[in-house]
Design a protein around this ligand. Structure first.
Ligand code: URA
Length: 426
């Protein structure tokens, strides 16, 4: 049987269903370098417009998983359960969540990524901790998971390498925003990671990939279906990302806020999402435990400290602090109407906390600290936010990007719940 790349591209361009053989051949040939980038990008664009049917998506995801290794976590003595977020601004939830769920009796194998675009990445945040290593070998990863139950590190290149290549290509060819491509990209890595169960935090709103709730719901249902089809118990929470999560966006700033949560305090919305995801994860793992108690009595903090130490970090070392801090003040009295998550995310990147290109360095200390939330009454001259940067150039760029991020004119009152909806297998 001979298959050509052009034949596969033309079939999808014209709206045909691809055969399993065509999908497997194409992904395998592209991963091995036998299909050219321009041909793969044509097929991706055809998929953006034509979509993938359920059988095509199942085969596409399976081929991505089989492009690399599948980790064996069978030596871990307790149930494994992971969480994946589709990415947001101020989304530091993995930091308190991973040790919290471990403290409740599950093992959390968190393979995480770096920030790209306006959203932050968990590994960039952890890098702000002096000495912390996120480049563990597979053996170190499994040993720490079995011993401490909590590990957050980078996914090795051997895990779903087809996704590594395709994701880099999608990033530069306008082909990221496709539900089957996003779902297969995320789920191939999570299934290859070998976790027993998975909870997805699908962000919806201005600061998320999916601004529209119906599309976010479709993405969540698609990913839950893929997980269940591969024997991974999977559920999803849709959570609000119109406003940044918590009060900080920036690497060390978000570590500090996560420590507040692990100390039993922290912003109400970060605590709400952390506990909701922890309950969902423990439910899928079949563990009857109260995560709120584990936060309050210090067990989650103990597990955090053990995890940081195991990965070479010093949990007691001071976090880096930016040399320049500038306050943003309210020009007039009023009620805060909106804190725009996208604008805050872009401002944090321009201040130095994120990167425009994959190879750019990030500042551990730069970012935004918010002093108000939607619904807060403020007086003229009150501090609304702080901008943190390492130098004048970044401060200037961040200040320009932050302009208009906080809009006045809302009804007064407490912020609404972040949890919008739960999606589980039928
Ligand atoms: N995260 C991923 O890993 N893949 C996508 O396609 C989008 C977000």
């Amino acid at each position: 049987m001979s298959i050509s790349a052009v034949e596969v591209i033309v079939a999808k361009r014209d709206g045909a269903e691809l055969t399993d053989a065509q999908i497997r051949w194409f992904l395998d040939a592209y991963t091995r370098g036998e299909v050219a980038h321009e041909q793969a990008s044509s097929l991706l664009m055809a998929i953006v417009f034509r979509g993938l049917g359920p059988r095509e998506l199942a085969t596409w995801t399976d081929a991505m998983i089989r492009s690399g290794e599948r980790l064996d976590l069978s030596s871990v003595p307790v149930p494994t359960v992971d969480k994946h977020s589709t990415g947001g601004v101020g989304d530091k939830i993995s930091l308190p969540l991973c040790p919290l769920v471990a403290a409740c009796g599950a093992a959390v194998p968190q393979l995480s990524g770096r920030g790209l675009g306006h959203t932050g990445g968990t590994l960039d945040k952890l890098d702000a901790i002096p000495g912390f290593r996120s480049d563990l070998t597979g053996a170190e990863f499994v040993r720490q998971l079995a011993g401490i139950g909590a590990v957050i590190c980078a996914a090795g290149a051997g895990l779903a390498p087809a996704d590594g290549k395709l994701y880099a290509l999608r990033d530069v060819t306008g082909t990221v925003e496709s539900i089957p491509l996003i779902a297969s990209s995320i789920m191939s890595k999570k299934i290859a990671e070998g976790t027993d169960a998975l909870v997805l935090d699908v962000k919806v709103g201005i600061g998320a990939f999916m601004r529209d709730r119906d599309r976010a719901l479709e993405l969540a249902r698609t990913m839950v279906g893929l997980g269940e089809a591969h024997g991974v118990r999977t559920s999803a929470l849709l959570t609000d990302m119109d406003t940044p999560l918590g009060r900080t966006a920036g690497n060390a700033l978000e570590v500090a806020e996560s420590l507040e949560v692990l100390e039993g305090g922290g912003p109400a919305d970060v605590v709400e999402v952390t506990l909701a995801l922890a309950r969902e994860m423990l439910g899928l793992a079949g563990i009857d435990a109260d995560p709120a108690a584990a936060l309050a009595d210090g067990r989650a903090m103990d597990r955090w400290r053990a995890m940081v130490r195991a990965q070479g970090g010093d949990p007691d070392a001071p976090l880096p602090v930016a040399p320049l801090v500038e306050e943003v003040r309210a020009p007039d009295a009023g009620v805060v109407g909106a804190v725009d998550a996208f604008a805050v995310g872009i401002a944090a990147v321009r201040l130095g906390a994120g990167r425009a290109r994959r190879e750019d360095p990030v500042s551990p200390s730069a970012g935004v600290v918010l002093r108000v939330s939607p619904g807060d009454r403020v007086t003229a001259g009150q501090v609304l936010a702080e901008l943190h940067a390492d130098d004048d150039g970044h401060m200037e760029a961040g200040r320009a990007a932050f302009d208009g991020a906080i809009r006045m004119g809302g009804p007064p009152g407490a912020p609404r719940s972040r949890i919008l909806e739960r999606v589980a297998a039928p």
